[in-house]
Design a protein around this ligand. Structure first.
Ligand SMILES: Nc1nc2c(c(=O)[nH]1)N[C@@H](CN(C=O)c1ccc(C(=O)N[C@@H](CCC(=O)O)C(=O)O)cc1)CN2
Length: 294
């Protein structure tokens, strides 16, 4: 990682993820010792997107490390909508399965939104079903999207004051931007969602006490877009091909340029990525407890 000036503190998602996963492992071991079955998670992947394959493998490994059972299914790229709908219906009925997740993105011929609607909301550990998004809008308990929930857990770990702060979320996806804006609002931030059509973007981002970048553009946020002392959260994960078979992982924030401006900053890798996986595991345990009445 690039050297960070003393005025900037790293928000260490990797460390918090390890701590939370250790706690989840203990919790599961206790439940199993009391005679309960292990929690189960089913990750559905379609096609051979290499990045998705790595993420799915990491989720399955994490699952097993914590003592959960993995019911993952890998479908060929030409799988049709009906086959996937039937697979989800069967997992909805399977008592051993507490969480169902469809790895995104899906191949273009598939309708991801329609598929997500068929997941039992009680097993929707990605928090993307309209019922769970509806609970979030209303400020009610429910399964919450993993990446935004991971951002909020990391901010909470460092005791960062959110009330009354100007938060700017760059990105309006259903996976990150929109649910994160609602979670920041719930913590009494004044929230702006900015996106690819926003005018005078740097004028808006420079107002942010908390700036979250989730737009999928490598190193898009530069120092001139950041208010001095801002908390900067980088949700982007972009692989840059460097030639000769080499590549580098970067976020949506120019880390080296922004670090001297920010008071807190998340790295890539080691920031929000590990938190996403951890919140998926935490959601699966929450769903398991709810389903077993524990
Ligand atoms: N159904 C979903 N699909 C996708 C989601 C999601 O939350 N739900 N998010 C992303 C991918 N993703 C999880 O699925 C994910 C991406 C990256 C990481 C991560 O830990 N990254 C590491 C670096 C890994 C590397 O070296 O490549 C890090 O940031 O430290 C976790 C989860 C899209 N799809």
């Amino acid at each position: 990682m690039t050297a960070v000036p003393p005025s900037c503190q790293i928000l260490d998602g990797k460390a918090l993820a390890q701590k939370m996963q250790g706690e989840l492992k203990q919790e599961i071991a206790q439940l199993v010792a009391q005679g309960h079955r292990s929690p189960g998670l089913a990750v559905l992947m379609v096609g051979d997107n290499p990045a998705s394959a790595v993420y799915v493998r990491n989720k399955e490994k994490a699952c097993e490390k914590l003592g959960m059972v993995s019911f993952g299914k890998h479908f060929p790229v030409d799988t049709d909508q009906e086959t996937l709908t039937a697979a989800i219906a069967s997992l909805n009925e399977d008592e051993r399965v507490d969480g169902i997740l469809v790895q995104l993105p899906l191949p273009d011929h598939l309708d991801a939104v329609k598929l997500l609607h068929t997941i039992d909301p009680g097993k929707d550990v990605d928090g993307l079903h309209p019922v769970n998004l509806g609970h979030l809008v209303r400020g009610e308990d429910g399964l919450r999207s993993c990446t935004p929930a991971g951002v909020m857990a990391l901010l909470a770990e460092y005791d960062l004051e959110l009330t009354g702060k100007n938060a700017v979320v760059l990105g309006r996806s259903i996976l990150v931007g929109k649910p994160l804006a609602l979670m920041l609002l719930e913590k009494n931030c004044t929230v702006t969602i900015a996106h690819s059509r926003t005018q005078n973007l740097a004028d808006i981002t420079r107002q942010a006490d908390i700036l979250v970048a989730a737009i999928g553009k490598p190193e898009f946020v530069t120092a001139d877009m950041v208010k001095p002392g801002a908390i900067v959260v980088d949700v982007g994960i972009n692989r840059l091909e460097l030639g000769e078979g080499k590549s580098k992982l970067v976020g949506d924030v120019d880390f080296a340029g922004v670090a001297p401006m920010a008071s807190y900053l998340t790295p890539v890798p080691g920031g929000i990525g590990p938190m996403t996986v951890t919140l998926l595991l935490a959601n699966t345990v929450a769903s398991y407890r709810q389903r077993l009445g524990l």
